[in-house]
Design a binder for this molecule. Structure first.
Ligand SMILES: NC(=O)c1ccc[n+]([C@@H]2O[C@H](COP(=O)([O-])OP(=O)(O)OC[C@H]3O[C@@H](n4cnc5c(N)ncnc54)[C@H](O)[C@@H]3O)[C@@H](O)[C@H]2O)c1
Ligand SMILES: O=C(O)C(=O)C[C@]1(C(=O)O)C=C[C@@H](O)C=C1
Length: 367
């Protein structure tokens, strides 16, 4: 089966990675406007071949996956509609919004071509194929949004192909999709970026104050490091749902302001208590939709040269793969704190064994 992936970044790369690793029948051809992503994908074994261009590769494909930013997905759909695609081809995408994409995909449906929108509810603030991980979608929801009239057998074909991701599939209508993700993903990204910008403006004369940020600010703003191009496209193509929710959020904040100004302690308690009860209902299962922060250990390291190298050397001798390494500055002048992020619980446990004689704390599974 020939699978064409256009856009070999974090998401396209991760989907292709799972397929290439576990589906021996698949032959994956990659396209991307960044040649480095293509050679990296080939070197990592994510794709079998670098494609020439859309016009050459698309007509040979059995499945076409579009995993570029949303507005590029829309352009590519229009280009595909002009090409002689195989009769039984499935065109799918991984974009974060669905109504605009499904509306564009009408040009394919009109020609009898199957379009099934897709949206894996997992990801990261990191971009690019080097961040791709074949296990990124394990236990995460993978939303499917078939165009009108698509046969259920075609949806089953796509699910069978994507089964290797170990995601949980859920078919959903485009409008409901865009509303739900506006609330659970788009508005949170806006709030995170807004908060960081508020701090930047407030601290403009004392930028070092940002370094004092502890867990609260850091946990809430990780996603403010996401790719601005990707997010501009998402906001452009889901504006109605997002604006409605921002309005509701603004009203909520206004009510809260009134309660704070009036020192209405009971109402303030209720505000936090209602949120706590709801937040604690969210499944905290490991690997339920995000790689970063899920298999971390925080090692206290003495503040002298060579101490980081000593830790990483120990991991290297056991071939334990590190997804990320970061020196945290939250506890300046006491000890350095090294955050080590692993891609799986297995690697985390191996690392704990290797570092059993040093002081560390761990954080697993809760975002
Ligand atoms: N990042 C997430 O957490 C996440 C999660 C689910 C879905 N998505 C969606 O998946 C899609 C890809 O996001 P990502 O996080 O993988 O981004 P990414 O930046 O890691 O990857 C996008 C890839 O598309 C390529 N690209 C950009 N413009 C192109 C063009 N004109 N032609 C060919 N290639 C082009 C880039 O070079 C890059 O390799 C987006 O539509 C996004 O909304 C993202
Ligand atoms: O974990 C993250 O960093 C993400 O932002 C992933 C995330 C989200 O949860 O908002 C981002 C965009 C998506 O379309 C789906 C998932």
């Amino acid at each position: 089966m020939k699978i064409l992936v256009n856009g070999l970044g974090l998401i396209g790369g991760s989907i292709a990675y799972a397929i290439s690793k576990f589906d021996p029948e698949a032959f994956i051809i990659g396209l991307d406007y960044d040649p480095a992503h293509l050679t990296e994908a080939l070197d990592m074994g994510i794709i079998n071949k670098i494609g020439k261009d859309l016009a050459t590769e698309a007509p040979k494909a059995d499945v076409i996956l579009l995993a570029t930013p949303v507005e590029v997905i829309q352009q590519t759909i229009c280009e595909l509609a002009e090409l002689p695609l195989k009769d039984n081809v499935i065109v799918t995408d991984a974009g974060s919004t669905k109504q605009a994409i499904l509306a564009t995909a009408q040009v394919l449906t009109d020609k009898g071509i199957t379009f099934i929108g897709g949206h894996p509810m997992a990801g990261s603030h990191k971009s690019g194929v080097l961040a791709a991980n074949w296990d990124l979608f394990r236990s995460a929801f993978y939303l499917l949004v078939p165009a009108d009239g698509v046969a259920s057998s075609q949806v089953e074909r796509l699910k069978a192909l994507l089964k290797v991701t170990n995601a949980k599939f859920l078919t959903i209508e485009p409008k409901q999709h865009d509303h739900v993700v506006a609330l659970l993903s788009h508005v949170p990204h806006i709030l995170a970026a807004g908060l960081v910008n508020l701090a930047r403006n407030d601290f403009k004369d004392t930028p070092d104050m940002l370094r004092l940020a502890a867990g609260g600010f850091r946990d809430m703003t990780r996603i403010a490091s996401s790719d601005p191009d990707m997010w501009a496209d998402i906001l452009d193509t889901n504006s109605a749902e997002i604006l409605e929710l921002l309005q509701a959020y603004g009203n909520e904040i206004q009510r809260l302001e009134w309660r704070i100004a009036n020192q209405d302690r009971r109402a303030l308690y209720d505000f936090f208590s209602a949120a706590k009860v709801t937040r604690e209902k969210i499944e905290t299962k490991k690997n339920s939709g995000s790689l970063p922060g899920f298999f971390d250990i925080y090692v206290n390291i003495p503040d002298h040269s060579g101490s980081i190298a000593a830790i990483t050397a120990r991991l290297a001798t056991k071939k334990i793969n590190l997804v990320n390494i970061q020196v945290l500055e939250t506890r300046d002048d006491i000890n350095g704190v090294l955050q080590l992020t692993f891609g799986s619980e297995r690697d985390l446990n191996l690392a704990k064994g290797v570092l059993s004689d040093v002081s560390f704390t761990e954080k697993v599974g809760v975002k």
